[in-house]
Write a protein that binds this ligand. Structure first.
Ligand SMILES: [Zn+2]
Length: 224
């Protein structure tokens, strides 16, 4: 996919945390999926990794002791043989992109959009929670064209990547490849644009707090 239409990118903070391997798995998946769609963020990530590597080299030079090289090599040899980016990603055969799903996502879904185990959430909205470590959760959302996602604020950070269609909220429009980063202070009402259904990948590190009674009652069952 060409990234020329992507307007909303990952923040430097997120890219650095991803490069350092410190993001929860759910957020890593969204970041990896965006990066596979976006040349700009892939280049920015490469720059962060180069800077990180240079910093490590500088530190080694400054603190050089007679046996520094030896002990450094020894600790490197003691590390598991995978790079920092692979830390949060389960080891599976390398998957290929399938339809609207970039490669990182097909690994979690074990296929394409037609293989997703959707669960109805109401108002035609469907979701599928993907298996990740527990400190954050990630789900696929299917929102029919023109349908509103219930008005909600956030307890934590929410990262939403559009895979198909588009949604609008009070602040902006998000189309394929765009990422919205919503922090705890943001209250918004995303609405899927007319046309085709909007399919998103959304990670959150805390339960959303819905404002309307019905979604609030349903929340424990929906696990969102
Ligand atoms: Zn980007």
């Amino acid at each position: 996919m060409s990234d020329t239409a992507i307007k909303h990118h990952l923040s430097d903070e997120l890219l650095m945390a991803y490069a350092a391997g410190t993001l929860p798995e759910a957020f890593s998946l969204v970041v990896a999926t965006h990066i596979s769609m976006c040349d700009d963020c892939r280049a920015a990530l490469a720059a962060h990794e180069a800077v990180g590597g240079a910093l490590l080299e500088d530190t080694a030079e400054v603190e050089m002791a007679p046996d520094a090289l030896e002990s450094c090599l020894a600790s490197i040899m003691a590390l598991p043989s995978k790079g920092p980016i692979a830390v949060n990603v389960p080891e599976r055969p390398v998957a290929k992109a399938k339809g609207i799903f970039p490669a990182p996502l097909t690994e979690y879904v074990q296929g394409g959009v037609e293989d997703v185990n959707w669960r109805p959430v109401g108002f035609g909205v469907k979701q599928a929670i993907l298996p990740t470590s527990k400190e954050a959760s990630v789900r696929l959302l299917y929102i029919p064209a023109g349908v509103e996602v219930p008005d909600h604020g956030h307890h934590g950070t929410e990262l939403t990547l559009v895979l198909q269609g588009a949604f609008k909220d009070e602040f902006d429009r998000f189309g394929p490849g765009d990422v919205e980063v919503a922090d705890p202070n943001v209250e918004h009402t995303p609405v899927a644009e007319e046309g085709e259904p909007c399919i998103c990948l959304a990670a959150t590190d805390a339960p959303l707090k819905f404002r309307k009674i019905l979604p609030k009652i349903a929340q424990p069952f929906l696990r969102i």
